[in-house]
Every structure is written in structure tokens, then in C-alpha cells.
Ligand binder design. Structure first.
Ligand code: ZN
Ligand code: ZN
Length: 447
């Protein structure tokens, strides 16, 4: 139980970091490194932050350092990635795919979304401190998968970008290739299967098992493994590729299925779902897309298999975190929601900071508007509700801190119910609250 509780703490810290990182402009990260933000200083030591080297110092002087938590939690587990946590962020990029995979201070990108989401992709990587990508997988050459890769590479270059093809007719593909090469990287068609290490996790590229004429069927299919947990990324593979994959005898079982082709009707056959047996499924899809994705048939197939479905069109960013034993999920606010005028005065992102240094300063193909970036940053990684936060509280939580006001409250304080989930952090004791710089709420007089 202790391990689970610690994992929950860690996840909480990570999610708090995700909230704060995405909302804060770069200038505020200095504050975080200075230890002003308690939740983030603990979480900064994590794999999620590419700036682990600087921020782990902070965690050392701070409180329940997640590195300590991890090292002791890992001691009882004993798999290759011990001491690390795997995080997979399925970014809400509208109609498209983009997943940032982080483990043990290493990062990789599986698809980059469409070009119009460039600012979002850039901003997320920058705010997480991701300075380089161990590798990029461009599952196939369609624009809704590779259009945003240049923006990702501007923030975080890579040595290797895997793609099923070296050439494609489109300007989008040419731009991606140029960015890979300008960053000193190489475009590579992987041998199937290829195994790649990522900070204790392992990514196996297991498909396509044969060349297909259809671009989508030719998608690189990846199985990500971490301890006893696994995810299967189907790209846009459709039923022919699925059948071939099953026939290949590859291990397709996965806890999480990144559903193929945005949930289109000609993907995610019952046979594939039987082979994968996912507990959870992620559908990366745009709201009101013109393709009718996801198809009712696919949703039914997943429901029949008792898979919990996470959809980026309904939930915004979907973040899956594994300790090697199981996954925990969190989701962000839906992107279209216009919200929180009351928040605006206090939110760093709304002070214009998020707009600085965005992808807009470069190539037109990789540029969007800075307003979009600010909006994406302001809306990313929030708990949908305080209830969601409270439901996910780790064992041993005694108080709730408000990361913005730096007050801490008893669990039943009316202020807690009014607090926004993104501002909330769990605290185990009065001592911890004090050490992290929180002062007691005048209403509930905690402790
Ligand atoms: Zn697609
Ligand atoms: Zn496609």
C-alpha cells in the first residue's frame, strides 16, 4: 500500500507540475527553480522535466522530494526502469495525433499533430523543459501527424526521426525532413521490429509488418513497455494492417490502446481489440471533425471490451502515468472552453508571457499565432473540477494548499470547494505546509 500511496503522491506532484508548467511563461520557471513553487519543486526532479539537473537541487532542499520517493519506491520493484516513472501525454491537437513520451529524464515524440497546432506543441515542450528528444516517430506522412513536428524540433531537436518513408510529395513532409536535418538528425526507415530505449522504458516498432500501398496502413505501429505496463500506438493503421499485425504473432497486448486512425470505422476491429485487451483506450480526435471520427462502431467495440475511453475532443490533453505496475490517467480542460475571467488577473499565462518565444518566430510552416499559444497554455492541464482533484487525493492527505494564494486549508473548508483544481495541491501535514511556504487559512484555521 505504501508504494501505491507514494506513487499517488508522485503522480499528484507531476500533475501539479503539468498545471503550473503549462500555465506559466518561461520567465516564471526561474521562480520555480528558486523553490517558490512547492508542488513544482518536488515534481521538477521528475522525468517530466528536462531540466531535472537544475531542479533536482531544489527538490533536495525542499520537502518530500519525489526523487527520494521514487528511489525508495523503486527499491521494491526491480525492473529496468526502476526509479523512473513513465508519462505519456496525448496532446489535444484537434484532428490529429501527438504524444510526448517521457521516462527517466528522456523524451520522445510520437507524431506532432497538424501544423496549425505548432504553437501548442512548441509551448508544451518548452514549458516542460524538454530540450531534446531521444527520437521522434513520424508514424506516417499525413499532415495531421507530422505538420507540428518542425515546431517540436525547434524546441527540442532529435538525432533520429523514424518514418515509414524517406520521401513524400508534400511540402509538409519536406519541411519536417528539413527540420530534422537542420537539427543534426537523420530521417530513418526502421527495420521491423526495432527496439529503442527511453530512460528505462522500451519502445518497439512492430509494424507495418509488410509494405502497404495505403499510407495509413503503412503507419509505424509502436508498443511502449515500462515494467509490467504497456501501450500500443496504432498510428492511422486500418483493418488490413491490423490483420497483418495479428498474423505476425507480435505481442499486441497493452494496457492502453492509442486507437488507430482517430477512431475511424475501418480501424479498431474486434479482432484487434481481442488481441490487445486494453483496459483503457485513447482516441486523439478533433471535435466536430468532418470525418465522423470516432465511429459509433469503434466506440461500441471498445465498450464491449470494457475499455475506458479517453477522448481528446472531449477531455483535452490526456496524460497517462505508469509506475511500472499500473496507469493513472488525468485529463485537461476541453480546449474550446472559454473560461475564468476571474482567473485571468492571477494567471501568469494571461499576462502575455506565454506568447513570448513561441514557434511563431520562424518558418511559416511551423508557425501559428501567439494568441493560440497563450490560449493553449492557459487551457492545458487542468483538472476538470475540484471534485476530480479531491477524488484523486493520495492517502495521508491532511490539508489542501492553494498554489496561487499560498494558503492551506482543512479538507472541508469552503475555500477548498471554491478552489480551482489546477491551483490545488495535497499536503500531508502542518509541518509540510509551513516548510513549503503555505500559511493557514483564516476561515478554517487548519492545524
Ligand atoms: Zn491521422
Ligand atoms: Zn493518416
Amino acid at each position: 500500500m505504501r508504494g501505491i500511496s507514494r506513487f499517488a503522491w508522485y503522480v499528484l506532484a507531476l500533475l501539479a507540475l503539468a498545471c503550473i508548467c503549462t500555465v506559466l511563461p518561461a520567465g516564471c520557471k526561474a521562480n520555480m527553480s528558486g523553490g517558490h513553487q512547492s508542488a513544482s519543486s518536488a515534481a521538477s526532479a521528475s522525468s517530466a522535466s528536462g531540466s531535472a539537473s537544475t531542479s533536482s537541487d531544489v527538490a533536495g532542499e525542499g520537502e518530500p522530494s519525489s526523487s527520494q520517493v521514487l528511489s525508495s519506491a523503486a527499491a521494491s520493484e526491480g525492473f529496468a526502469g526502476e526509479g523512473a516513472v513513465l508519462e505519456v501525454r496525448f496532446l489535444d491537437v484537434g484532428q490529429g495525433d501527438c504524444a510526448l513520451v517521457s521516462c527517466g529524464g528522456h523524451h520522445a515524440l510520437i507524431d506532432g499533430g497538424p501544423a496549425q497546432e505548432s504553437d501548442k506543441v512548441f509551448t508544451v515542450l518548452r514549458n516542460l523543459g524538454v530540450a531534446s528528444l531521444d527520437f521522434v516517430v513520424a508514424t506516417h506522412a499525413d499532415a495531421d501527424h507530422i505538420g507540428g513536428i518542425p515546431a517540436a524540433l525547434r524546441q527540442a531537436p532529435t538525432a533520429t526521426c523514424y518514418s515509414p518513408v524517406l520521401e513524400d510529395q508534400t511540402e509538409t513532409f519536406a519541411t519536417m525532413k528539413r527540420y530534422v536535418e537542420q537539427g543534426g538528425g537523420t530521417l530513418v526507415v526502421p527495420v521491423i521490429p526495432t527496439e529503442l530505449d527511453l530512460g528505462g522504458a522500451r519502445l518497439r516498432i512492430i509494424g507495418p509488418t509488410a509494405p502497404f500501398d495505403n499510407d495509413n496502413d503503412n503507419s509505424l505501429v509502436c508498443r511502449l513497455e515500462f515494467g509490467a505496463t504497456s501501450l500500443l500506438f496504432m498510428g492511422d493503421a486500418e483493418s488490413s494492417a491490423e490483420q497483418a499485425l495479428i498474423a505476425s504473432g507480435a505481442d499486441l497486448h497493452a494496457d492502453v490502446l492509442k486507437v488507430g486512425h482517430h477512431g475511424s470505422a475501418n480501424s479498431t476491429s474486434p479482432a484487434l481489440v481481442r488481441a490487445v485487451q486494453p483496459a483503457s483506450a485513447v482516441i486523439s480526435v478533433g471535435a466536430d471533425n468532418g470525418y465522423g471520427h470516432p465511429a459509433a462502431r469503434v466506440l461500441q467495440t471498445l465498450q464491449d471490451a470494457s475499455a475506458v475511453v479517453y477522448r481528446t475532443d472531449q477531455m483535452g490533453d490526456v496524460v497517462a502515468v505508469s509506475d511500472g505496475q499500473r496507469f493513472l490517467f488525468s485529463t485537461g480542460a476541453r480546449r474550446a472552453t472559454q473560461q475564468h475571467p476571474a482567473d485571468a488577473s492571477g494567471d501568469a499565462a494571461s499576462e502575455g508571457g506565454a506568447a513570448e518565444g513561441t514557434a511563431a518566430e520562424g518558418d511559416a510552416a511551423a508557425a501559428g499565432t501567439s494568441e493560440e499559444a497563450a490560449e493553449a497554455a492557459a487551457q492545458g492541464y487542468k483538472y476538470t473540477s475540484m471534485k476530480q482533484f479531491v477524488d484523486a487525493l493520495p492517502e495521508g492527505t491532511a490539508f489542501i494548499g492553494n498554489t496561487r494564494t499560498k494558503k492551506f486549508h482543512s479538507l472541508d473548508c469552503p475555500s477548498v470547494k471554491a478552489m480551482k483544481g489546477k491551483n490545488a495541491t495535497a499536503l500531508a501535514s502542518v509541518e509540510q505546509a509551513h516548510e513549503l511556504g503555505y500559511t493557514p487559512c483564516g476561515t478554517c484555521n487548519p492545524g
